[in-house]
Design a protein around this ligand. Structure first.
Ligand code: AOF
Ligand code: ZN
Length: 336
């Protein structure tokens, strides 16, 4: 690993300290080297509305320690007046010679690179796809005005989530189920369907839950309604598409309400539908080392009419771990 990569990875680690506190802003970390290549400051974006990473790092300097030096930041420095003044101005003021950037900012208000280059500062990009992966939620939010969507499922080796009688307790181990309670907290909202509420009566403890219930079939005494803020998407408040709720419209409404990430827990029919509609960014799949061995069992993805393997929806596994007796795969959809 060369030293540019080393410092950019340091930025990634610093940036991650802002997780859960900066949305809808990006995760940003910054490292400043002096002319000799010594680290003279570090910083990161700590909370929404707070100082940007570059400002956090540069304001810690007492004199002109950074003059002629290099600044590493995983996102293009901003050039606009938002909640804080432009970071590029501060970089120019501190007389840095070189800026190493992870990714270009997708915020249309930002054009920091041009301004830096005009000031005679060298700008280099490095580890761009990793930088984009780190800020995948920000990129989706900013470019599509939609929340980032993760679909969770838990199935047997043969992809079954329940027997033909609907028995589903329990496919995965208690450790895996506890992991789900923890991962829910990383999202602004849980989404589920009336079918799941009626079949399983889950609590799905969370601060914000969205229930897709076109015909208002769920019982308001169901456990899911007993806790958290609830948004019910029904035909009264949501446009329909082929007589079904338009899920893109539901997601857009959630975004409008300040929901930047959604965790979906549902049965195979809805999972199949939204996958087909291209509304999913990632799948978290728990796989239990069990085989139901019954074609009538319910599948975790229940789309239809796919005749060619080449038409499979393809994913990229970016994390895998054993949890209790099971395996968890975290995967991004490979967009066609
Ligand atoms: C951050 N932190 O470290 C960097 C950001 O409203 P503001 O002033 O906080 O501006 C937010 C925008 O600034 C954000 O959408 C992104 O485009 C840019 N860069 N933002 O929150 C940072 N470098
Ligand atoms: Zn900035």
């Amino acid at each position: 690993m060369n030293s540019d990569e080393k410092y950019m990875r340091m930025c990634f680690r610093l940036a991650k300290r802002g997780k859960g506190k900066v949305a809808p802003n990006p995760l940003v970390g910054c490292v400043v080297l002096d002319k000799q290549g010594n680290i003279v400051s570090k910083g990161y974006h700590k909370k929404y509305g707070g100082n940007h990473a570059e400002r956090d790092a540069l304001l810690k300097l007492k004199n002109n320690e950074a003059e002629g030096g290099t600044i590493y930041v995983n996102l293009e420095p901003c050039s606009h007046f938002g909640k804080t003044p432009p970071c590029v101005d501060l970089i120019i003021e501190h007389k840095l010679k070189r800026v190493v950037v992870g990714m270009k900012d997708v915020n249309p208000k930002v054009d920091g690179i041009t301004k830096l280059q005009k000031a005679g500062i060298t700008v280099d990009f490095i580890l761009t796809s990793e930088a984009e992966f780190l800020n995948r939620v920000f990129i989706k939010n900013m470019t599509q005005k939609l929340p980032y969507v993760v679909l969770k499922t838990a199935a047997t080796l043969d992809g079954k989530i329940a027997s033909f009688e609907g028995d589903s307790k329990w496919i995965t181990s208690s450790e895996a189920r506890s992991e789900v309670y923890k991962m829910r907290k990383d999202f602004d909202c849980i989404m589920t369907t009336s079918n799941t509420v009626i079949a399983d009566n889950p609590t799905m403890e969370h601060k914000f839950k969205c229930i897709l219930d076109k015909d208002l079939r769920t019982d308001k005494n169901a456990k899911i309604y007993q806790q958290g803020k609830i948004y019910v998407a029904a035909k009264e408040n949501t446009p329909l598409e082929n007589d079904r709720l338009d899920i893109r419209a539901v997601l857009a409404e959630l975004y409008r309400q300040g929901i930047y990430s959604v965790f979906i827990e549902c049965g195979g029919t809805f999972a199949g539908t939204i996958l087909k509609e291209g509304l999913i960014d990632e799948v978290y799949q728990f796989i239990a080392p069990k085989i139901l061995n019954d074609n009538k069992g319910l599948s975790c993805f229940n789309g239809d009419d796919v005749s060619k393997i080449s038409d499979c929806i393809k994913l990229d596994i970016y994390e895998h771990k054993k949890i209790g007796a099971d395996i968890l795969l975290k995967m991004r959809l490979i967009k066609k």
